[in-house]
Ligand binder design. Structure first.
Ligand SMILES: [Fe+2]
Length: 390
């Protein structure tokens, strides 16, 4: 995140003595950093040493879920047709992945009795349905529907929902950080006047009192496809204060301010966040292009360097037929794609769209999991043949 935040108690200088109220024992400073020691970082001050662990074991590995002989073709699949009961960890269903990212959904049906830390990947958690509180060493983030929670790798967290009746998350994991694109920031790091969002749109953690509690605390730690079970001797949310630029934060998709042109503008105008291996764009309600002869839907195109994934959130998507809320389409690199039959003609003269969708364009090819095979629309790949062959 590109803002400095300070919460709770921190000493006047880094790397200096910082005594507990007894005046004898020290708080434990932890530097939480990225890109070695060259990226953004925060300093956290713990009551207990953050290195303490009593016991480490490994959970059974999940079965290999890759659909190895998936053909190179267009895909449309219904993520709501694959619902696994469980908590933030066990309810996740992976659909698309490569060595840099994993795209999954989760219909969480129960509260977790453990803390969770993704050690290898940053997480972008889109709250499609649900409302609750995200707790971490950094404090509390209250969230609501259509919030993105951006969680840096290595963050220990818990996520609570007010109700587990209808919870649906779309989760994107990335091995490199989710960054605000450089061209949205000026040389001082502040968001520019023409960025599609403003500093006020981002919500940062609120301070919560440190929990000074010894006992037995379970932490599940994910590294690639391995899950470790740590038994901690103290509550992990024992931070009395922290400061820096690295922390979880929230942005709501409705706060994205889309740009409109005279003629169709390409997807980069919808850019939200980028990583080193893919970009995340949001499609939000907007006025269409205002030239009287403009065609609002996209032209047929070959994006030779990206696999294009769209997760559909809400509304009538202008270029697709039969997509539903929770649908995902995948248009792989190397084959052209574009509006389905009738959609171009239908769009001419239209003034606006009420769609909400999230696009992930990866620079390396994605592998499909067997969950795609289970939930896919078998007719999608040939759906451009409808209504004749023009
Ligand atoms: Fe595209």
């Amino acid at each position: 995140m590109s803002f400095y935040v300070k919460l709770g108690k921190v000493p006047p200088k880094r790397h200096t003595t910082f005594y507990k109220p007894d005046g004898k024992s020290l708080y434990r400073e932890e530097l939480f950093s990225t890109i070695g020691f060259s990226g953004i970082y925060s300093n956290k001050y713990h009551i207990y040493m953050p290195t303490q662990v009593e016991q480490i074991s490994e959970l059974d590995k999940k079965e290999d879920n890759i659909w190895y002989d998936a053909p190179l073709q267009y895909y449309h699949f219904f993520t709501d047709n694959k619902q696994s009961k469980g908590d933030i960890f066990s309810s996740r269903n992976e659909f698309l992945k490569n060595s840099h990212c994993i795209l999954s959904t989760a219909h969480i049906s129960e509260e977790a009795d453990f803390f969770y830390r993704n050690s290898h990947m940053h997480e972008l958690i889109f709250i499609h349905h649900g409302k609750g509180e995200f707790l971490s060493e950094y404090g509390s983030l209250k969230f609501d529907e259509w919030d993105f929670i951006i969680v840096p790798k290595g963050t220990t967290y818990q996520i609570y929902f007010d109700s587990y009746e209808n919870v649906k998350l779309f989760i994107v994991e990335s091995d490199t950080p989710f960054d605000i694109p450089k061209h949205y920031r000026n040389e001082y790091g502040q968001l520019t006047e023409d960025a599609p969002y403003y500093e006020r749109d981002f919500r940062v953690p609120e301070f919560t009192e440190p929990i000074d509690k010894k006992g037995e605390f379970k932490l599940l730690l994910k590294v690639s496809n391995r899950i470790f079970d740590y038994k901690l001797p103290h509550h992990p949310f024992d931070v009395v204060g922290w400061d820096g630029y690295l922390y979880p934060y929230i942005f709501n998709i409705k706060d994205y301010a889309p740009k409109v042109g005279k003629l169709h503008l390409p997807p980069p105008v919808h850019l939200f966040l980028k990583t080193q291996q893919f970009v995340v764009c949001t499609f939000c309600p907007r006025l269409f292009d205002f030239d009287p002869n403009s065609i609002p839907t996209p032209y047929y195109h070959s994006n030779c360097d990206s696999d294009e994934v769209i997760y559909y959130v809400h509304g009538d998507f202008m270029s697709r037929k039969d997509v539903k809320e929770g649908s995902i389409t995948l248009h792989p690199m190397g084959i052209p794609h574009g509006p389905q039959p009738g959609k171009i003609e239908e769009s001419v003269g239209k003034k606006s769209t009420d769609e909400y969708a999230i696009m992930v364009d990866t620079f390396a090819p994605l592998q499909l999991t067997t969950n795609v095979k289970e939930t896919m629309d078998d007719n999608y790949s040939q759906s451009w043949l409808e209504n004749g062959n023009d």
